[in-house]
Design a protein. Structure first.
Length: 388
């Protein structure tokens, strides 16, 4: 059975009570390419096909609900969010830790996992009660971890903590779907097509979530976002969010790339029949080598002052000193009570409380020589000078 886009659109409309406005039509070519590559290249298992079908329909339904809310509440689009603080870097470089530390400051909007996973409201919360989406997200995270406890070694999943906005970007169908299945045709399509519609839709969804936060009495000044995916489209990020300031985290690709390969391979195993670990390693090493090169080129073209570089070791050993540097970079004071909140978070969320993540580079078709070659310029600029 192949994916049929019209059937998926119709099912989403049915689940949304007959709504038909999906918003910007730019998502359709991307969705068509994604579905074709999943059919042609993805080698999906029956379970994986079912999971992705459900997820795609859910995202289409969310688009419908978003546009219906904008129609009924046009003030959603008045929300200002063009100046986020954005943390980027290779996965496994401390991006989540930094985002969650900064989210201790109530002057920042954090992208909570449950909001990202369930951006469109369904049943209203009972007066004074918890949004029902929070319970859904808690149950989902609990089920994920119970099914595969090793996930916590790779990423500190928490339904109520800050996390990356990648699940929001999926709603444009221009995102990291190649982390779910081996679909190189889709990866190449992404490199060769303008991603501006994806970032425009991300901005629209952030306005929607920000509007919901404010209706719950949560008011802040700026977003703290983070996603390694932005390395692949850093120029578009600044095009759509012109006031953005970027914190770029750095750690040796010799350490991060095998870990990334392990994470992707474990995701592929959820959706695919017999995924190839070596293909996961080679493809994602190439994706991030290309992304880091593009980001370096963008910085060299005159945008260096919009970036602050943070070393992974510093984040681990002197996190509050790193935070002070970030606050100086973004032009904010750091009150004592906020520092105390951050220190409590660090004490309550030590890395040793989670299991270790074990992986072997060779299993994923990777070698130190190959990674050193592919990331030679990046390592020469950001890694090797700090190893002397």
């Amino acid at each position: 059975m192949t994916f049929d886009m019209n059937s998926l659109l119709d099912e989403a409309s049915r689940r949304a009570g007959g709504l038909t406005d999906f918003g910007d039509e730019a998502f359709r070519p991307a969705l068509a390419q994604l579905l074709a590559c999943l059919d042609r290249e993805g080698r999906l298992s029956a379970a994986g096909r079912g999971l992705l079908t459900g997820r795609i329909v859910e995202m289409l339904k969310n688009r419908l609900v978003l546009e219906d809310h904008v129609r009924r509440h046009p003030d959603i689009l008045d929300e200002a969010n063009d100046d986020p603080i954005v943390i980027v870097g290779l996965p496994r470089t401390g991006t989540t830790l930094l985002q969650r530390i900064l989210s201790c400051d109530p002057r920042f909007y954090p992208m909570l996992w449950w909001e990202c996973r369930y951006p469109a409201p369904g049943q209203p919360a009972v007066a004074g009660g918890e949004d029902p989406r929070v319970a859904l997200a808690r149950a989902e995270v609990r089920a994920m971890v119970e099914a595969n406890p090793a996930l916590l070694a790779i990423h500190p999943f928490d339904a109520e903590a800050a996390d990356e906005e990648g699940m929001l970007m999926e709603h444009s169908f221009m995102s990291f779907f190649d982390s779910y299945a081996d679909i190189p045709g889709y990866t190449e399509w992404m490199w060769s097509h303008d991603q501006t519609p994806a970032y425009r839709h991300l901005q629209r969804m952030l306005k929607f979530i920000q509007w919901q936060k404010r209706r719950r009495g949560v008011a802040a000044d700026r977003w703290v976002l983070k996603a390694p995916h932005h390395l692949r489209q850093i120029d578009v990020l600044f095009k759509v969010f012109p006031g953005a300031q970027v914190i770029q985290t750095h750690r040796d690709p010799l350490e991060t790339i095998p870990s990334i390969a392990s994470f992707v391979y474990n995701l592929w195993a959820v959706y695919m029949d017999q995924p190839d670990p070596a293909r996961a390693g080679r493809q994602w090493s190439d994706i991030f080598a290309r992304g880091t090169a593009a980001t370096m080129a963008f910085r060299d073209a005159g945008a260096a002052e919009r970036f602050l570089d943070i070393g992974f070791a510093d984040t681990l050993t002197q996190p509050l000193s790193v935070v002070e540097d970030i606050y100086a970079f973004v032009g904010l004071d750091l009150p004592a009570d906020i520092q105390e909140r951050m220190q409590r978070y660090l004490e309550d969320n030590r890395r040793e409380k989670r299991p270790a993540h074990d992986y072997a580079a060779a299993y994923f078709g990777l070698s130190a020589a190959g990674i050193s070659r592919d990331f030679a310029v990046y390592r020469q600029r950001y890694i090797l000078p700090h190893q002397a």
